[in-house]
Design a binder for this molecule. Structure first.
Ligand SMILES: *Cc1c(COP(=O)(O)O)cnc(C)c1O
Length: 330
């Protein structure tokens, strides 16, 4: 059976010298720009495999819980395969570009009065009693697709980086990267720096978070499904996980966009925010290190947050004088 594909993956690994000078002096910093996948996030890497498997097993319909990107991705690949798709999202907590994607690809978008964690519990139960395939990252096929990003980084650099930095939500991606690096065969392995948002940092805190809260909605998760695996990755890689504030996340998003021309969504900048914090606090000495940061989703997924939180100015009069005044003020 041919795979259900939209030609995902093969995203660029972009050198970021100006950002490095600002947040990790002396490091060779690279950005894995996963926003360039077909539906705008890394979720597509795991959705090609999960949907292909669902089709091969005769599924007619798929379902997932989502903070937004999984919904858009599942909807796209289900459309491609001719499957029905239902997505559960937490009401009011999904970024505009993700919701628009899920609707555009024709999914049945079901908002719930609850969190992602509630939605995941619901779809896990339904998938056991109804003939509908679950395509969340609790599905092992998702990780098999997502691990390819680790291989691409290794191929591109000609070896593994010293550090890999990435945001952690449900902890599927950190688990998948580690599987990929392990299958490279070593002997060198990267150290892994995971970042959670301060308002939803269960792994950092050591207990589930009842009402997770953060502007970084893709990682607004209080009880990660792959919590144990994430801890294992952190232990095995001699890595670290830290909680970064919404302010630090937005600042990292702004820095990578303005210094490198690479626009990612807020959640995606959490790994960079974590790197910046670790360097400032002296727990990570960047000098001479090769560091890869995963930018998990495109900035255009969440235009609202950019417009609300970043600098914008009132309109000027439509005269050349007004324009001159304004340009000279800058
Ligand atoms: C899904 C997602 C994450 C978190 O990935 P997990 O596998 O849930 O840890 C981070 N950033 C973005 C943009 C995402 O869509």
């Amino acid at each position: 059976m041919p795979p259900v594909t939209l030609y995902e993956g093969n995203t660029p690994l972009i050198p970021a010298p100006r950002l490095a000078a600002e947040i990790a002096p002396g490091a060779e910093l690279h950005l894995k720009y996963e926003g360039l996948n077909p539906s705008g996030s890394f979720k597509d890497r795991g959705m090609t495999t999960a949907i292909t498997q669902a089709v091969s097993e005769g599924a007619r319909a798929v379902i997932c819980a989502s903070t937004g990107n999984t919904a858009a991705s599942a909807a796209a690949y289900a459309a491609r395969a001719g499957l029905k798709c239902a997505v559960l999202i937490p009401e009011g907590k999904v970024a505009l570009g993700k919701l628009a994607g899920a609707i555009a690809y024709g999914a049945d978008v079901i908002a719930i009065e609850g969190s992602f964690d509630d939605a995941l519990r619901m779809v896990r139960e339904i998938a056991e009693t109804m003939p509908i395939a679950l395509v969340n990252s609790v599905n092992p096929a998702r990780l098999e697709g997502q691990k390819t990003a680790a291989w691409e980084i290794t191929d591109h650099l000609g070896g593994v980086p010293d550090w890999l930095c990435l945001p952690v939500g449900n902890a599927g991606n950190i688990t998948a990267y580690w599987i990929g690096f392990c299958q490279n065969g070593g002997p060198k392995m990267p150290r892994v720096l995971g970042a959670q948002a301060a308002g939803s940092a269960p792994i950092v805190m050591g207990h589930p978070i009842e009402n997770p809260d953060t502007i970084a909605t893709a990682i607004r998760i209080g009880n990660p499904a792959r919590w144990k695996q994430a801890e294992e990755v952190l232990r095995a890689s001699h890595g670290m996980i830290l909680a970064v504030s919404d302010e630090e996340i937005l600042e990292a998003q702004r820095l990578v966009a303005t210094l490198e021309g690479v626009y990612c969504e807020p959640s995606s900048a959490a790994g960079l925010a974590g790197l910046r914090r670790a360097v400032r606090e002296g727990t990570l000495d960047p000098n001479g290190l090769q560091i890869a940061a995963v930018l998990t989703g495109h900035g255009m997924k969440d235009p609202d947050t950019t417009i609300r939180w970043h600098r914008s100015e009132p309109p000027i009069a439509s005269t050349t004088d007004a324009l001159r005044q304004r340009l000279e003020r800058k």
